[in-house]
Design a protein around this ligand. Structure first.
Ligand code: GAP
Length: 563
């Protein structure tokens, strides 16, 4: 996408419309809304829960129920804390964070860009309003760069740079500012980035912030432990006290899982022994994961509680490149097959510097969201890193034994190795958002008087649609409601989610179901009572056909079966 306002604003407008439709029709609500809402937590309403569940069921059908060599698993959300030490999440699953000394914004350093300096050397710090600009200028003069030339212009604080040097080869970066009234230059430290939006170079030290939610398991009150340590060690420094408190809490500390993946690594042997699969084989799991994200953004795109759909596919070292290629293609095929705009799904290969230290190769499936391209699923070659780490930490032999390859003639022992792992790791929460965006459409038509009328339609794939069939009596009399209810009952018995709807005029009922993404609407009218036929309306074309009542189920079943 472009970087100008023209491309961003229509995207924002589109997202607002989608968020509003989600609330209006019952797809997604802000969590705890009556209490003012909880940041970054969302509830799935009557239609949203069906959409997300349909998506996850489709994934399960494709990766577990359609393959002989992939088995399912549901591991617990709270696992032994050693799991997260061995996997590296306790030490390394963190974001570098910094505070802006002027705006007090806290932001991730990896999301921040370099300082903007104008061609005449002016560095403009953009305050939110005039009053803030005055206060910030004062703080720069008195605390952050005393002696520097500082001016305010409307909402801007203006500094004058003589040179800007980002950090390089172990040398710290610096910005040299012109002094006030021709006085000496003033040097300020420069880390190579500034506060996003404000362009402010005055920043706190970097700190790391672990993304895992921590809790405490057992009957011991963690606060009582903290108080005991505190009382017994009042004379210690803050740092020492913190270490003592951490040690006391470590006994009961547990974490909410930040990914479902580790459950599959630690149950690798149990699954293998229970099902005795031959390599290559996979374990699949879907479910909740939790991350205390510093930046939550774009509706449900990045939230603190979300759902993942992950596969750990175990293969023999040497065949890993070929399996990565296989899963890349399988996963792209799967995402695209439900989309109206399959071209919006693209691959992005990770650059060497971007790869996690254990990963040999990684591709993201990205989607073109209204705000630009972003990740939807990662497909990584994780090598034998995870199994080896858990083997080392647990003392268990997490290896695969290929008895078929023992050769009694030569007396060679069976082949044993630690499998390599290909991991397709997708977001179910993010996928639900992607298909809502892909499905949202507005069509302008002319009514009988020639006036433009906007029809809002969610063109969800029928297999994802929350309600498959709306069944309406044209009017609430002449046996039509009874007949319509009979049809709904038949759909229910066949396991097809359908809705009886008699509220408002027929046009409004169609419009309501267009917004809900219901692909088919069946209407019982006067003719039905005479000849046992109904109309079936297609959501996308609005075309109506007359079909026999006793064919309605098979017609819908045939259409739903198509992918
Ligand atoms: N086991 C590997 C792993 O968890 P990841 O790239 O951190 O990899 C995989 O996460 C997928 O989970 C992402 O592609 C995204 O779809 C989803 N995801 C990650 N963090 C998320 C968040 N905070 N909110 C919503 N979805 C998230």
């Amino acid at each position: 996408m472009g970087n100008g306002k023209e491309t961003r604003e229509p995207g924002e407008e589109l997202m607002q419309k989608i968020v509003s439709l989600c609330k209006r029709r019952g797809f997604v609500f802000q969590s705890s809304e009556i209490y003012g809402g909880l940041k970054s937590a969302y509830d799935y309403g009557p239609l949203g829960v069906e959409l997300k569940r349909n998506l996850m069921n489709e994934w399960w059908r494709d990766v577990v129920h359609s393959r002989e060599n992939v088995m399912g698993l549901e591991s617990s959300i709270i696992m032994h804390p050693e799991v997260w030490r061995a996997s590296g999440h306790v030490a390394g699953f963190s974001d570098p964070l910094v505070d802006c000394k002027l705006s007090k914004e806290r932001f991730r350093t990896d999301k921040a860009g370099p300082v903007e300096v104008q061609s005449d050397g002016r560095l403009v710090i953009r305050a939110p309003d005039k009053a803030a600009a005055k206060l910030w200028a004062e703080a720069v003069k008195t605390q952050h760069a005393p002696g520097a030339r500082v001016e305010t212009r409307d909402k801007d604080v203006v500094l004058h740079t003589k040179s800007v040097a980002p950090p390089a080869e172990g040398r710290p970066g610096k910005i040299v500012l012109a002094g006030f009234d021709g006085g000496p230059d003033v040097e300020i430290p420069y880390r190579g980035y500034v506060t996003p939006d404000f362009n402010c170079p005055f920043l706190s030290e970097e700190r790391t912030f672990n993304l895992m939610f921590r809790s405490f398991l057992g009957s011991v009150d963690p606060l009582a432990e903290v108080v005991d340590v505190f009382v017994a060690n009042k004379d210690k420094s803050k740092l020492e006290l913190r270490a003592l408190i951490e040690a006391a809490l470590a006994k009961s500390t547990v974490y909410l899982r930040p990914e479902t993946a580790q459950g599959m690594f630690v149950q690798f042997l149990n699954c293998l022994n229970a099902v005795s699969m031959k390599i290559p084989f996979g374990i699949a799991q879907m479910g909740k994961a939790f991350r205390n994200e510093v930046t939550v953004e774009h509706f449900t795109f990045r939230s603190c509680e979300f759902e993942q759909m992950e596969i750990e596919f175990f293969c023999e070292p040497g065949t890993d490149d070929q399996w990565l290629e296989y899963w890349k293609n399988e996963r792209m095929r799967w995402w695209r097959q439900y989309a109206n705009n399959p071209d919006k799904f693209v691959f992005r290969r990770h650059a060497k510097a971007e790869l996690a230290h254990y990963a040999k190769d990684c591709y993201d499936i990205e989607y073109e969201y209204p705000w630009g391209f972003g990740e939807l699923e990662g497909i990584a070659n994780r090598t034998d890193y995870d199994l080896k780490k858990h083997a080392e930490a647990s003392g268990q032999h997490l290896v695969y034994t290929d008895s078929a390859r023992n050769d009694p003639a030569t007396g060679k022992p069976p082949l044993r190795f630690t499998p390599y792992v290909i991991e397709p790791s997708g977001g179910a929460t993010r996928g639900t958002l992607v298909y809502l965006i892909d499905a949202y459409s507005e069509e302008t038509r002319r009514d009988a008087k020639g006036e433009p009328v906007v029809r809002t339609v969610l063109k969800l794939h029928p297999r994802l649609a929350p309600i498959k069939v709306g069944v309406f009596p044209l009017v609430k009399k002449d046996g039509m409601p009874e007949k319509a209810r009979e049809i709904v009952e038949e759909f229910f018995r066949a396991g097809i989610n359908s809705r009886y709807d008699e509220q408002h005029a027929i046009g409004r009922r169609y419009a309501r179901h267009d917004e809900a993404g219901t692909p088919y609407c069946i209407t019982v009218d006067g003719q039905t009572i005479q000849d046992d036929t109904v109309t079936i309306r297609d959501r996308d074309t609005t075309a109506q056909e007359r079909i026999k009542v006793d064919e309605a189920l098979s017609v819908v079943q045939a259409r739903l079966g198509k992918i």
